[in-house]
Ligand binder design. Structure first.
Ligand code: ADP
Length: 373
């Protein structure tokens, strides 16, 4: 917007008319004091300022404006009676642009100058926008880099832990074999096996992440029965976590067209998290039902729960709740992979949780049955 400051009403009106005819938005002030008030309130691209005014003259107005942060980028065109007055112009006014026109105003020249200032203003606004978006991009990349570094360090640690255990069990096994103690051999073997399973699933998750990144996560979709899958998963989870009781509610006695192993992976991820993040509790409830050709599966625990601002991020890559990340091992990728799997099945994943009381993770996915022709 342009502000015209002139104490002669005829000048104000005629300038305003010409500028508005040329599609500029115009505001007016009939004294220096009024102009200052307006500059404090509004942002102007350009001020056309009459030098000779009673009260505050044009130079004094310019000098005062130079101190306003709001008018930092504002340019000024002085309307002066004679060139000699212009030696005062630069005084105290360093930013924005400055120019002058002698009176009587030659409208074409004024318009040319106004257009030039607008052009410069537009260009510097675009430059500033570009600079801002570049700075935001740099910040985003720095943060991503930091998260990746942190992830590499956690991942190495997570991989090393089961590996060190396996090494330990193998040493123990050697001794037990030498002693001919078969019972202990069996125990150590089972423990080494459990650690290897852990290692295997960690590496599988890492591979999934790189497949997702490169768009190579493939699905092998077939018709399968949901209830059978659930029975198997619950049985295995109950066996490997004897201190927890996984209770099933509801039925989904139907087939679904999906990647069975991937759907199982999501349910196992929900259950493993429910167990991991619920120390001191013993019950997990898995609810399943069918509605409108959609399968609903939810896993509810009575564990540590999460705060609303943490819930927003749980499905993001590498996200772990900071406060509890030291207490529980993990890579912060399980839920990200789960959400990719569900989304790629055309479904929806979500969570409800209350801090200190527990969480419920769920997914809803269309059954999309493929019928043979
Ligand atoms: P990980 O468990 O390996 O850290 P996930 O992607 O499975 O990674 O989970 C991301 C984060 O979400 C976890 O670090 C944890 O802070 C939070 N979270 C996941 N499941 C639960 C749950 N059932 N209860 C409370 N917090 C959970």
């Amino acid at each position: 917007m342009i502000l015209i400051v002139d104490d002669t009403p005829e000048n104000l009106i005629s300038l305003k008319k010409v500028l508005e005819k040329n599609n500029f938005e115009v505001d007016t002030a009939s004294s220096g004091e009024e102009a200052l008030k307006k500059v404090l309130k509004n942002a102007y691209v350009l001020i056309i300022l009459d030098v000779q005014m009673p009260g505050m003259d044009g130079f004094e107005v310019a000098e005062a404006i130079s101190g306003y942060s709001k008018a930092k980028e504002t340019a000024i065109i002085f309307l002066s009676a004679a060139n000699t007055e212009l030696k005062f112009i630069a005084k105290g006014y360093s930013s924005g642009g400055l120019d002058y026109i002698t009176k009587p105003v030659e409208m074409n020249i004024l318009l040319l100058k106004v257009k030039t200032f607008y052009h410069i203003y537009e260009q510097s606004r675009k430059l500033k926008e570009m600079q801002d978006s570049l700075l935001a991009e740099i910040e985003f990349r720095k943060e991503a880099e930091r998260k990746k570094d942190e992830f590499i360090s956690i991942a190495s640690h997570e991989l090393k832990t089961p590996l060190t255990s396996v090494k330990g069990y193998i040493q123990l096994l050697e001794r037990s074999i030498q002693k001919g103690d078969n019972e202990t051999v069996r125990k150590h073997l089972a423990k080494a096996q459990a650690q290897l399973d852990k290692l295997n699933s960690l590496i599988a998750d890492l591979l999934d992440i790189s497949k997702i990144e490169s768009g190579k996560l493939k699905f092998n979709k077939q018709n399968f029965t949901v209830d059978t899958l659930l029975d198997n998963v619950i049985e295995i989870m109950n066996q490997s976590n004897p201190s927890f009781k996984i209770i099933r509610k509801g039925k989904a006695d139907c087939e679904i067209f999906a990647d069975e192993m991937r759907i199982e992976q999501v349910i196992v991820n929900f259950l493993t998290n429910a167990i991991k993040y619920s120390p001191g509790t013993t019950e997990i409830v898995i609810t399943v039902h069918l509605k409108n050709e959609k399968l609903y599966v939810a896993v509810k625990d009575l564990g540590i729960g999460m705060l609303p601002e943490q819930l927003e991020h749980v499905f993001e890559k590498f996200y772990r709740v900071e406060e509890t990340s030291q207490r529980f091992q993990g890579l912060g990728i399980g839920l990200y992979i789960s959400s990719e799997i569900i989304k790629r099945h055309g479904g929806e994943i979500g969570v409800n949780s209350t801090y200190g009381q527990g969480s419920e993770f769920y997914f809803i996915t269309p059954i999309n049955l493929q019928t043979e022709e």
